[in-house]
Design a protein around this ligand. Structure first.
Ligand code: SF4
Length: 225
C-alpha cells in the first residue's frame, strides 16, 4: 500500500447506523464496530447513502420482500438518494482516490447483492424469508438500491466489487471469513498477511507526518530526555 493509494468505500447507511434497520430484525452494533474500526485503521474514507427504506417508510416499517420495493416510485427514490453520494465519489476519484468497493447487506431486498428465491403467501406476495432449500442455478438478483447503484456506476464507466456484509451468518462461519478476505483483498490488494499490512500502515503514518512532522518529533524527544 503506497502513500498514494488513498481509498474510499461506498456503504449502506445501516452499516454505520444500525438503528436504520427494520426494528424487529434488531440492530447489530458489534458488527458495525468491527467494520468501521477496520476501515478507520486502514484509512479508508466512508461514503454512505441515506437509508432508502427509512427515508421512504420510516423506522416502524415491517420487513418486506424485494417484490414490494420493486416499483417505479421506490426506484426513483433510490436514484434520487444516490445523486449526492455519486457526486462525492466522482470528486474523490478526480482527486486520485480509489473506490475500493460497495458494501451492502445480506438478505436486504434493497441493499443486498444476492437476493435469491423467497417464500410467498397464497397471493404470491413475497416474504423476507428465504426458501429453506434453494435449488442450484436459481436466479439471484441484487436488491433494488444495489441494482440502481450498479447502473449509475456503469454510466460513469466505474467497475467495483459489490460485497455484502454477512449479518445473518455466525461469527467464525465460512461466509464471514470469505467476506473479510474479500474486503481485505480489495482494500489492500498487494498484501495477504495482517502483520505485513500492520507494518505498512505504520510506515504510511510516518510518511504522512512528513519531514516537518519528523523533525518536530525528534526535537520534542530531545527536549523530553
Ligand atoms: S440494508 Fe439498506 S435499506 Fe436496509 S436498513 Fe440498511 S441501508 Fe436501509
Amino acid at each position: 500500500m503506497s502513500k498514494k493509494d488513498r481509498k474510499i468505500i461506498l456503504i449502506a447507511q445501516c452499516l454505520v447506523n444500525p438503528y436504520c434497520r427494520v426494528h424487529i430484525l434488531g440492530q447489530n452494533f458489534p458488527l458495525s464496530k468491527e467494520l468501521t474500526n477496520y476501515l478507520m485503521d486502514k484509512r479508508v474514507g466512508i461514503i454512505q447513502y441515506a437509508c432508502p427504506e427509512t427515508t421512504a417508510m420510516g423506522l416502524m416499517r415491517n420487513p418486506q420482500g424485494r417484490q414490494q420495493y420493486d416499483n417505479t416510485f421506490f426506484r426513483a427514490h433510490c436514484k434520487e438518494l444516490l445523486k449526492v453520494p455519486m457526486l462525492m465519489v466522482k470528486e474523490f476519484i478526480a482527486n486520485n482516490y480509489r473506490l475500493v468497493a460497495f458494501l451492502g447487506l445480506e438478505n436486504s431486498p434493497t441493499c443486498g447483492i444476492r437476493w435469491g428465491k423467497h417464500k410467498v403467501n397464497k397471493h404470491q406476495t413475497e416474504s423476507p424469508n428465504a426458501v429453506d432449500n434453494p435449488e442450484a442455478g436459481e436466479s439471484v438478483l441484487k436488491g433494488i438500491m444495489a441494482e440502481i447503484l450498479s447502473e449509475e456506476l456503469e454510466k460513469e464507466g466505474m467497475q467495483i466489487p459489490f460485497l455484502e456484509f454477512p449479518t445473518l451468518s455466525e461469527p467464525g462461519s465460512e461466509k464471514r471469513k470469505k467476506f473479510w478476505e474479500d474486503l481485505k483483498k480489495n482494500v489492500n490488494p498487494e498484501y495477504s498477511f495482517d502483520e505485513k499490512e500492520k507494518s505498512d500502515d505504520i510506515k504510511e503514518v510516518a510518511e504522512d507526518m512528513g519531514d516537518k512532522g519528523r523533525k518536530d518529533k525528534n526535537q520534542h524527544d530531545k527536549q523530553t530526555k
